[in-house]
Design a protein. Structure first.
Length: 188
């Protein structure tokens, strides 16, 4: 694979198709290409998040997630091929347990806000949900393993938890939603 990307501007996509890893060509509007694009966008947003200050363990986790997302994108680009292993889902489950244990229980809804790292983690969360929806849509049209869907589902949960962790850096906290309905209910 090292010499595979020798030319970036091939012009082969000018007609609105793109090549998959199995050498077939599909429309750039296909469900598979949408799923691949959403996973790629998610990976790019995590790259932006990695530009922020954070604990070394969180950074190492995010770098590993980027590698796994690359595996997921590769799997999506080669129909019927397996690159993302089920142990990647287990690793997210373990990270969820570890980081969630450090956080206070939520009493209210929180806004996707706070410091810049936390806000970017929330962007990653929403893009992960979109990527998950794209993979689900593709799975309704073609046979897919469940691991890609599970990975994206866990990853969006983990990005929510990591946003809360990142908001607590340097003594910060979550940004709570000020619900008028909840405020009225508390006053009654």
């Amino acid at each position: 694979m090292g010499n595979r990307l020798t030319q970036i501007a091939t012009r082969t996509g000018d007609a609105g198709t793109t090549g998959l890893g199995d050498n077939t060509r599909v429309s750039k509007h296909s469900l598979r290409v949408h799923a691949m694009g959403d996973v790629d966008e998610l990976n790019s947003h995590i790259g932006v998040l990695l530009c922020e200050d954070m604990a070394d363990d969180v950074r190492a986790l995010l770098v590993e997630i980027q590698h796994q997302l690359f595996n997921l994108g590769g799997e999506l680009s080669i129909p019927g091929f397996e690159l993302l292993k089920s142990d990647a889902v287990l690793a997210l489950d373990e990270a969820l347990a570890t980081y969630n244990e450090q956080l206070p229980r939520l009493q209210e809804f929180i806004l996707p806000a706070g410091n810049r790292a936390a806000a970017q983690a929330h962007v990653c969360r929403t893009v992960a949900r979109r990527a998950e929806r794209a993979v689900v849509a593709l799975g309704l049209d073609e046979t897919l393993r469940e691991t890609p869907r599970q990975y994206l589902n866990r990853l969006s949960d983990l990005m929510f938890v990591l946003a809360r962790v990142l908001n607590r850096m340097n003594g910060g906290d979550d940004v709570y939603w000020k619900s008028e309905r909840l405020a009225r209910g508390a006053a009654e």
